[in-house]
Design a protein around this ligand. Structure first.
Ligand code: SF4
Length: 451
């Protein structure tokens, strides 16, 4: 990597900013500001810094509507909002998807709008840690905070997750390297284990790498539970791992003071999905008969957890919440965005702070190409190609303040550091404006509605 000169040419610094990228929600960032732009970021990893120092070439700057020739053309805010409100108010099966990269304050208006028009509200959990949320409902949630990990953990396990690439400061800030109250020597006081079919960057940082076979998760955890319960393993090799290694690993996991297990998409996206997490949770519960163990799902976006916590608190269900019958319903496989799109049910789709164009399977995106799509976002992306109305929002944690929830459920208030471009609006304002306009179309008294 080429040496880069430190940035010294800036007007002022803003301290204690929160990174709006991954579920680590690092809140120790310093922004260097010059001429109203962030020109440098201190303490962030490369992922976080590259997002904060956003690429203005890609920035969505003005509201746009797709014309009869299929081109997005600039319009004024009133025209774009009126058109979007008209589509939402007239929809039979609207879906509002995304939310994981915006604030809780924005979600509040989104929920009100969703209830009013009978929409489905869903977030990125549907393609990410949704199976973990189902498993939590099945098997329980022995969760901890990242502060407990830092101060207490003497064994850290990463399973089905490559934190060094996806959450680059996780090891440095919370789990492995920091010196904690009971772990004064930091890294030297901890054993780090990675369980993953690939020898990842996280595995390279670990003391033990267990490279079980792809899709071998369920069998592997089953074997660990059997050993933990004093059973003899009948097979010599389980999921590609010799039984002696499994017995040795279980013995060391039984003999810690505080164990922390972090799991990722290696469990949620492989065969058995939620059942992998069911059994990982059961393993943690079994381990608690011998030592203190907890887990945390490695949530992806900085506020994906926030949407789930907010919806569960407000409506009782974490994601895929359907208001079409006038009350909230939640049925996995029925009311999730991918299922709805592949069944070609939605007739209007509002995407906020997400990029389904890039991340949904082709079958789902095919339906998006055939229905009106309203996009609220800060950046151009493949979803913009699918959008019929584009409403440029603002960047939470940089241009707008707002609340987010870290992967362990700790709420963090993200401060504003600079002003947004004049032609853009805050996400919170945009969704509230849509709500007001839809209320007007439907003849609903706003004061009565909010009661
Ligand atoms: S680890 Fe995540 S939250 Fe922390 S700076 Fe990197 S991208 Fe941002």
């Amino acid at each position: 990597m080429a040496y880069e000169e430190p940035i010294t040419d800036y007007d002022h610094i803003v301290e204690n900013c929160t990174c709006a990228f991954c579920g680590c929600n690092c809140d120790d960032l310093t922004y260097l500001v010059k001429d109203g732009h962030v020109v440098g970021v201190r303490h962030a990893c490369r992922l976080g810094a590259s997002k904060v120092m956003e690429d203005m070439d890609q920035r969505l700057m003005v509201p746009m509507i797709r014309d009869d020739n299929g081109k997005l053309v600039e319009v004024d805010w009133d025209s774009a909002l009126d058109k979007a409100a008209e589509l939402i108010a007239g929809a039979v099966r609207p879906v509002f998807y995304g939310w994981s990269e915006t604030s809780i304050e924005t979600m509040k208006y989104g929920l009100e709008l969703g209830e009013l028009v009978g929409a489905v509200l869903d977030n990125q959990a549907t393609i990410c840690h949704g199976p973990s949320l189902q498993a939590v409902q099945n098997a329980g949630y022995p969760v901890m905070t990242l502060g407990e990990v830092k101060n207490r953990a003497d064994m850290v396990v990463y399973t089905g997750n490559n934190a060094m690439n996806s959450h680059p400061r996780h090891l440095g800030r919370y789990s492995t390297f920091p010196r904690g109250y009971f772990r004064k020597r930091g890294r030297f006081d901890r054993t780090v284990v990675t369980m993953d079919p690939r020898y990842t960057d996280t595995a390279k940082m670990s003391d033990i790498w267990v490279g079980f076979e792809q899709n071998g998760d369920y069998e592997f955890y089953n074997a660990m539970r059997a050993v933990l319960r004093g059973k003899k393993l009948k097979k010599d090799i389980i999921s590609g791992i010799p039984k002696e290694d499994i017995e040795e690993l279980v013995e060391s996991m039984k003999n810690v003071e505080f164990g922390a297990l972090f799991f990722g998409l290696g469990l949620t996206h492989t065969l058995s999905k939620q059942r992998n997490i069911d059994i990982a949770i059961s393993l943690i519960q079994d381990l608690n008969k011998f030592a203190k163990w907890n887990l945390i799902p490695m949530r992806g976006h900085f506020n994906v957890n926030g949407f789930n916590i907010f919806m569960a608190y407000e409506m009782g269900f974490p994601y895929g919440v359907d208001f079409s019958r006038g009350y909230p319903r939640y049925m996995n496989g029925e009311t999730n965005t991918i299922d709805l799109l592949t069944r070609e049910e939605p007739d209007v789709f509002m995407v906020i702070a997400a990029d389904p164009g890039a991340h949904f399977p082709g079958g789902a995106n095919r339906h998006l190409a055939n229905i009106p799509v309203i996009q609220i976002d800060i950046h151009w992306g493949p979803s913009t190609e699918l959008a019929d109305i584009v409403l440029p929002g603002s960047f939470i944690g940089v241009e707008a303040a707002g609340t987010s929830y870290r992967m362990d459920g700790v709420p963090i208030y993200m401060k504003k550091a600079i002003d947004k471009p004049e032609t853009c609006r805050d996400d919170e304002w945009i969704v509230n404006e849509l709500l007001k306009r839809v209320q007007k179309i439907k003849g609903v008294d706003a004061k009565m509605a909010s009661k």
